[in-house]
Design a protein around this ligand. Sequence first.
Ligand code: AMP
Ligand code: FE
Ligand code: FE
Ligand code: ZN
Length: 285
Amino acid sequence: MIDLHTHTTESDGTLSPRELLQFAQRIGLEAVGITDHDTFDGYDSAAQFAQKVDLVCGIELSVRCGGRSLHLLGYFLGGGPPQSIRRWVKSLQETRHARNLRLVELLSTHGFAITLDEIYDRGGKLPGRPHFAMILTEKGYVNSRQEAFDRYLGEAGVYHVSRDEPTMAEALKIIAFAGGVSSLAHPLRIVKQRDSLEHMARRMQTDGLMGIEVYHSEHTHDDTIFLESLAARLDLMVTGGSDFHGATKPHVLLGTGTAGELNVPRRVLEDLRFRSQHARNNLCG
Ligand code: AMP
Ligand code: FE
Ligand code: FE
Ligand code: ZN
């Protein structure tokens, strides 16, 4: 069993990188990919503890595409990411901090008792909107985190503050330049209709998209079969994982996803390794 999509306390997960690895080992995962939002810190700190589990370096980037924000995964299989992308990711983190500050100011102006310190106490080095949602729920402004997104924080919410995100095309270029493999995260969250999804994936591929997340907790068996055939038709690499967040999304289990139905084939990682080695060789000329 492998799982190439997980989050730690370095983004919006609730297990520390070390705890995640221990848990992965306990349930017998052969490989685990850490794909924290906009940071390599979870991977970096897990790297020192990885002994029995094959640790894969990943990242989940929020990117702009066609006026929307969506999630792009990047995998770095040759011993982690190079400095070029690390520097770029640092610059992305600045825009997240700036957004957090603007969001706290906006909420305060509208009478919500919420401070930047509370956000950082809860979210650590790099808090995101899920941490705002938790605090708004705990303080009784909303009944659930989902309500916090629907009413206030989400793209349709009244206090939505957009972040200065990189474009999809820019992120694809940076990942490729860094010798990584890009993959469109949970594609059915972006478009449900299958022919539109195919159309979108083809367009992204012309911008340099290399892979697509075929296996994910939110995919039904039928979705998975469709995505497998789409990846084969477009010659896209295949990735997959649970999108484990710990207690933030308790219904999503590490390795086995929702209702134990996820099963990411081991060959997904073997193919990724093979293809990314090939890509890196080409990069070096
Ligand atoms: P951020 O990266 O701080 O902008 O927060 C993005 C995260 O917030 C996503 O990864 C989701 O977990 C969550 N999120 C964003 N929009 C929604 C929404 N409409 N409903 C529920 N969760 C959302
Ligand atoms: Fe998340
Ligand atoms: Fe995501
Ligand atoms: Zn994720």
